[in-house]
Design a protein around this ligand. Sequence first.
Ligand SMILES: C[S@@+](CC[C@H](N)C(=O)[O-])C[C@H]1O[C@@H](n2cnc3c(N)ncnc32)[C@H](O)[C@@H]1O
Length: 369
Amino acid sequence: MSFLHYKDIIEEGDLVMAFISRNDIKPVIAKSGATLNTRYGVFPHDLMIGARYGEQIASAKGYGFIHLLQPTPELWTLSLPHRTQIVYTFDSSYVVQRLRVLPGSRVIEAGTGSGSFSHAFARTIHSNGRLFSYEFHRPRYEEAKGEFEIHKLDNITLTHRDVCTNGFKVDGVDVDGDAVFLDLPAPWEAIKHLDEVVAKDRRVSICCFSPCIEQVVKTIEALTANKWNGIEMVEVSGRKWEAHREMVRDVDEAVARLKDIKKRAAAGLARKRKLNKISDEVDNEDADIQPDEDNDISSEEPSGKSETEPNLKSDQKSNQDTKDRGYNPFGKGKRIREGDPAYKWINVTRSEPEVKSHTSYLTFAYRNQ
Ligand SMILES: C[S@@+](CC[C@H](N)C(=O)[O-])C[C@H]1O[C@@H](n2cnc3c(N)ncnc32)[C@H](O)[C@@H]1O
């Protein structure tokens, strides 16, 4: 396994992205005898080893299940241990294409932070490219170094350095960068050091990622002073769209639904009244109880049989609902798989209710074009 080369079968020592739910993805190194404990059950790693990436496995007791996914930078970004603020895929995907980062590119990145963007760069530039990443915080540097080794990202050169003070030169290496990404509190202090490491014979692109407009202004001043051209600032407003099919229903079905709701409400009320009556009887064991027409459930129960449902006692009825009732779009009944060709469907899209708010401003510029 590696983020650079995909494979089919999971082996001991491979990284597996255990997809528990949309908001819960756990990176796991498959190790014989170990277990993954989740709220859906316990998953022995021995079930993962030998399985195919993409496969679903059941928990040891068979109640829950998870999917075993191939590691990708996108899944890593959603599951990595946060040491800092990170760049998410909404922004990183845009930056990668806008900087024209390709297999073979030589990219300069500072700071490394949690290594979220480093994974995306490393995957895109592939084995023939090189990412020069810089981090001045010692523990973060150490942790990123360990992660890159475990993830076999051998196309990254990680340097422990304050780039604002000491620049980007790497001993014995011609960095020759053609793309630069600065996610630093003061990128304007680092820009002046780029001259000594960026390519002179081809186009070089830069992106500075800054959360506030005052930082953007200072960055633009430094880019202009250092002869960067085509300066442009953009903001990515990420929003997820969900596409699925919805069953087309007609008026008769809508009327049936209203009747169904009304009938269920009446039956529920009757059951509640019956229960209240029983508890009153228990409380007043010796009392002389007069029949109360308002609480007589026989007047509340639907008297006639409906087309689809015999007039059964409530517990029998609920069994009957799921067994014989066939498709019921509104309540208990057979579940229909989305897209079942026996029904009519329409394609619909829905945007996520919560629009991602501001992440950062992206300031782009170019040299030697
Ligand atoms: C917001 S984080 C970067 C997050 C990263 N882009 C990611 O996606 O995970 C900024 C990092 O820059 C580092 N940093 C700040 N100033 C620096 C400097 N002058 N030289 C090197 N690293 C620096 C910080 O320690 C921090 O880890």
